[in-house]
Write a protein that binds this ligand. Structure first.
Ligand SMILES: Cc1cc2nc3c(=O)[nH]c(=O)nc-3n(C[C@H](O)[C@H](O)[C@H](O)COP(=O)(O)OP(=O)(O)OC[C@H]3O[C@@H](n4cnc5c(N)ncnc54)[C@H](O)[C@@H]3O)c2cc1C
Length: 690
C-alpha cells in the first residue's frame, strides 16, 4: 500500500475513468480508487449528448459542451478499438417538441445551422404519434446519445487493458494535507501516496473537500419498445420534452427520464416520481402507456450552485478537481479528460478552465463541509425482476437498505465498544465528517465535572467517543479538577476539541481559541485547528451570545480555524454561521448542565433541515432516551458532558449514551412509521374464528 504512485484518481465514475485512461495513454502511471462503481451517477444517467437541446445559457459552458460533443466520435471509437466493447454512441439528433401553451417562448428563437424549427406538420413527419398539444419543435441534428452503461463497461475494460491499477471497493476517507500539498490519502484499505491526485468523486466530492457539490436526485425508468421483424423501432431519435425525455437505445430499450429532486441523499424510486414521469411521457407520446416496463432506478447528479462543473487545480498544488458535472457529465467526459490531462501532465491550462475553477465559490465555501446524512449512497439500480425479462439488464444491482455487512462500503456506525464487539452492525451510513476529518463515533464528550480523573478516563473509553472537548482556560490555569487532565487522555486516539468556555466576549474567545490551537499542537495534534466556540456572558442560564459568537466565528474562520460554535437553537443564526464558513453548528437542547432534555425540538428540526454542515446537539441532554431522540431527529452528532460526568456511575452512563447515539442514528436511517390516529392490526383480520 505504501508504494509511491504517480497519479491517483479518486472516483471511478465516467469522469475519473475517462481522465485515468487519457493520462495512461499519454504515458502516466495511474491508480483509480473507487468506492463502488455501481453507485456512480454515470451508470444511472440517460446518456444524452445534448448541449443544444439543454439550452445552456452560460456561453463558456456551452463551448465546453460543444467541444466535448465534437470529441465524442473519435473518443468512443478509440475506446471501442481498445476494448472491442461498443459504447452505443449514436449521433441520432434530438427532437425537442414544444407545446403551444406556455412553451412558446422558445418557438421564436433564431434558427442556426445546428438547430432547425419544425412546424407541427413537419415534426409529425419526423416523429409520428406525438401528443395533440405539440405545436412544433426544434430539431438539433448534431446532438445525440451514448449508452452510458456500455460506455462505463468500455472505460473499465480500457483501464484494465491499459494496466491501470483499479482499487475497486476502496473508500477514500480523508485527504491528508501539509503546507499546501497532499501528502497521502487515507482509505478503508490504508494509506496511499502519490505525486498527484485527482478528485473525481461526483456528488460525494464534498465529503472529502469543502467544495459546494450536492446530490440532485433523478428517477428514471425504462420500457421495451414493441418491434416487428424487419421494421425499425417506433422511436429512433431522442425526444427532449418538457421535463421528460425519451432516449431510444438501439437494442429496443427506451429510457425515460428524469425527475430533478433536491432531496439530499434520499434514495429509492417513489410512486410520485414515477407517476410524474409517466404523466409527462404519455402526454408527449401516448403509445408508451401500453409498452412493457423493464426497470426503475435513480441516481444522484453532482450539482453545484451555478450548475457548472468544478475543474482545474485545487488549493493544494498537487490536487486537481474534476467534479460537479451535474446534468452533463456523460457529455463532458471526453473534454474533461483532455483538459485535465493537459493540465496535470503539461501544466497547460486551457483558456476555458479558469471559468470552472473552484475559486468562484471560495468566498462562500471556505472551510465548509457538508452535512453527512448520507444514509443510502448507492445510486439505486433496481431491476423489477418480475417485469424484467431481458438478461441484458442483469448488470443492474438491487440496492439494499437493510443493515447488513456490505464489503464494498464498510462504514461502521457502531460507536460503542459494546456494540461493535458483539454485534457488528454495519450499514450504508457515512461517517461523521467535520472540516474534512472523519469520525466513526457520533458522540462527543467533555472532561468537566467528573468526580475524579479515573472516572473521566473510564467514561471516555466506555462512551466510544473519538472527540473530547477540553476547556482551554481551565487546563491552562490548572483549575480544580483539571490538574493533569491534558496528560490523562491518550491524544493519539482522541481528537481534542479545545473550547472557549469562560469567555464572555468575542475578543476573549478568539484569544483563547488561539491558545487552544497551541495546546493541541503541544499535545501532538499538529494539524488540529478545531475550536468549540463558546461566548457566554450570561452566568445564570449560560446562554450563548449570538452576536459575539458570530463575530468571533468570522474572525476564527479567517484565521483558518474549523469553528464549531455553541449556539441557541436559532435557525437564522445557524445559517449565518454556516455562511461564514463554520464547520458545524452546535445548538443547545436546553441550558448547559440542566438535564432538561430537548426543549426546542421544532427549532432544532429546522436547523437540521436547512444545514449543509453537521449539526451537533449540545447541552441539556440528561438521559440516553433524549440522546436517541436528538439522533432520531437527524442530528449528525451529540456532545454530552454533565449527564455522564454527574451520573452516579459515569462510565455506565457514558456507555448508555454511546449506545443511544447509535440507536438513534439507526432509527433515523431506518425511518420511523407515520403516526396514525387509529389502530391498525398487526395480523390480518381475515380467517379468524368467528
Ligand atoms: C438520472 C440521471 C440522468 C442523467 N442523464 C445524463 C445525460 O443524459 N447526459 C449527461 O451528460 N449526463 C447525465 N447525467 C449526469 C451524469 O450522470 C453525471 O454528471 C456524471 O455521471 C458524473 O460523473 P462522475 O464520474 O463525476 O460521478 P459518478 O458517476 O457519480 O462517480 C463518482 C464515483 O466516485 C466514487 N466515490 C465517491 N466517493 C468516494 C470516495 N470517498 N472514495 C472512493 N470513491 C468514491 C463513487 O463510488 C462513484 O463511483 C445524469 C445523471 C442522472 C443521475
Amino acid at each position: 500500500m505504501n508504494k509511491n504512485r504517480e497519479i491517483i484518481v479518486i472516483g471511478g465514475g465516467v469522469i475519473g475513468l475517462a481522465i485515468a485512461v487519457e493520462l495512461k495513454l499519454r504515458g502516466a502511471e495511474v491508480t483509480v480508487i473507487s468506492r463502488d462503481v455501481q453507485q456512480a451517477a454515470s451508470d444511472a444517467a440517460a446518456g444524452m449528448l445534448a448541449p443544444m437541446a439543454e439550452d445552456i445559457a452560460d456561453t463558456k459552458m456551452l463551448d465546453l459542451c460543444l467541444r466535448s460533443r465534437w470529441l465524442y466520435p473519435e473518443w468512443t471509437s478509440k475506446l471501442e478499438n481498445l476494448t472491442g466493447i461498443a459504447t452505443g454512441y449514436l449521433p441520432c439528433g434530438i427532437l425537442a417538441p414544444l407545446y403551444g401553451d406556455g412553451e412558446t417562448g422558445r418557438i421564436g428563437d433564431e434558427e442556426t445551422g445546428s438547430k432547425t424549427w419544425l412546424d407541427r406538420e413537419t415534426i409529425n413527419f419526423y416523429q409520428s404519434g406525438l401528443g395533440q398539444d405539440v405545436a412544433g419543435g426544434w430539431w438539433y441534428p448534431e446532438d445525440g446519445q451514448v449508452d452510458n452503461r456500455c460506455l462505463m463497461r468500455s472505460l473499465i475494460q480500457a483501464a484494465q487493458n491499459l494496466k491501470i491499477e483499479i482499487q475497486e471497493g476502496v473508500t477514500v476517507q480523508a485527504i491528508q494535507q501539509r503546507a499546501g500539498n497532499v501528502t497521502n490519502i487515507m482509505t478503508s484499505q490504508g494509506s496511499f501516496t502519490a505525486e498527484k491526485y485527482v478528485l473525481a468523486t461526483g456528488s460525494w466530492a464534498s465529503e472529502l473537500l469543502p467544495v459546494p457539490v450536492k446530490p440532485v436526485k433523478g428517477q428514471m425508468m425504462s420500457l421495451r419498445m414493441p418491434h416487428q421483424p424487419h421494421e425499425p423501432y417506433p422511436l429512433q431519435r431522442v425526444l427532449f420534452g418538457n421535463n421528460i425525455y425519451f432516449v431510444p437505445r438501439q437494442d429496443g430499450r427506451l429510457i425515460l427520464g428524469a425527475t430533478v429532486e433536491d432531496v439530499g441523499w434520499t434514495p429509492h424510486n417513489t410512486p410520485q416520481g414515477i407517476q410524474n414521469l409517466l404523466n409527462k411521457a404519455t402526454k408527449l407520446y401516448s403509445a408508451v402507456a401500453d409498452w412493457q416496463i423493464e426497470e426503475f432506478w435513480w441516481g444522484f447528479r453532482p450539482g453545484t450552485p451555478d450548475e457548472l462543473p468544478i475543474l482545474g487545480i485545487s488549493p493544494c498544488d498537487n490536487l486537481y478537481l474534476a467534479t460537479g458535472h451535474y446534468r452533463n457529465g456523460i457529455l463532458l467526459a471526453p473534454v474533461t479528460a483532455l483538459l485535465m490531462t493537459d493540465l496535470i501532465l503539461e501544466q497547460k491550462s486551457d483558456p476555458l478552465l479558469p471559468h470552472f475553477s473552484w475559486q468562484r465559490f471560495s468566498n462562500q465555501s471556505q472551510n465548509k463541509t457538508v452535512n453527512s446524512l448520507n444514509h443510502d449512497f448507492n445510486n439505486g439500480h433496481n431491476s423489477l425482476n418480475v417485469l424484467n425479462q431481458d438478461s441484458a439488464n442483469s448488470e443492474s444491482n438491487g440496492i439494499n437498505l437493510s443493515l447488513e455487512v456490505k464489503e464494498k462500503s464498510p462504514m461502521t456506525i457502531a460507536a460503542s465498544p459494546l456494540l461493535s464487539s458483539h454485534s457488528q452492525i454495519i450499514s450504508e451510513d457515512q461517517p461523521l465528517i467535520i472540516a474534512g476529518k472523519t469520525f466513526k463515533s457520533r458522540l462527543m464528550t467533555g472532561t468537566g465535572k467528573y468526580p475524579n480523573i479515573e472516572a473521566m478516563q473510564h467514561s471516555i473509553v466506555a462512551s466510544g467517543c473519538e472527540i473530547v472537548t477540553v476547556a482551554v482556560r481551565r487546563v491552562q490555569t490548572k483549575a480544580a479538577g483539571h490538574e493533569g487532565l491534558a496528560e490523562a487522555i491518550d491524544w493519539q486516539k482522541i481528537w481534542m476539541l479545545p473550547n472557549t468556555a469562560g469567555c464572555k466576549t468575542a475578543d476573549e474567545a478568539v484569544r483563547v481559541a488561539r491558545l487552544g490551537r497551541e495546546m493541541a499542537k503541544l499535545l501532538g495534534q499538529e494539524d488540529n485547528n478545531f475550536v468549540k466556540l463558546e461566548v457566554i456572558p450570561d452566568a445564570k442560564y449560560l446562554l450563548p451570545d449570538p452576536i459575539g459568537t458570530l463575530e468571533a466565528a468570522e474572525q476564527l474562520v479567517k484565521e483558518g480555524f474549523a469553528v464549531l460554535p455553541y449556539i441557541n437553537a436559532d435557525p437564522l443564526l445557524a445559517k449565518r454561521l454556516e455562511e461564514v464558513g463554520c464547520a458545524t453548528v452546535m445548538p443547545l437542547g436546553s441550558p448547559i448542565g440542566s438535564g432538561q432534555g430537548i426543549r426546542n425540538t421544532a427549532n432544532i428540526e429546522i436547523i437540521i433541515e436547512q444545514s449543509q454542515i453537521p449539526v451537533v446537539v449540545d447541552a441539556g441532554i440528561g438521559t440516553p432516551s433524549e440522546a436517541a431522540q436528538a439522533m432520531e431527529m437527524g442530528a449528525d452528532a451529540l456532545l454530552i458532558n454533565s449527564a455522564i460526568a454527574l451520573a452516579k456511575n459515569p462510565p455506565a452512563m457514558a456507555q448508555a449514551m454511546g449506545l443511544a447515539a447509535v440507536a438513534g442514528r439507526l432509527a433515523y436511517l431506518a425511518g420511523r412509521i407515520p403516526v396514525k390516529q387509529y389502530a391498525s392490526a398487526s395480523s390480518p383480520l381475515t380467517g379468524t374464528i368467528s
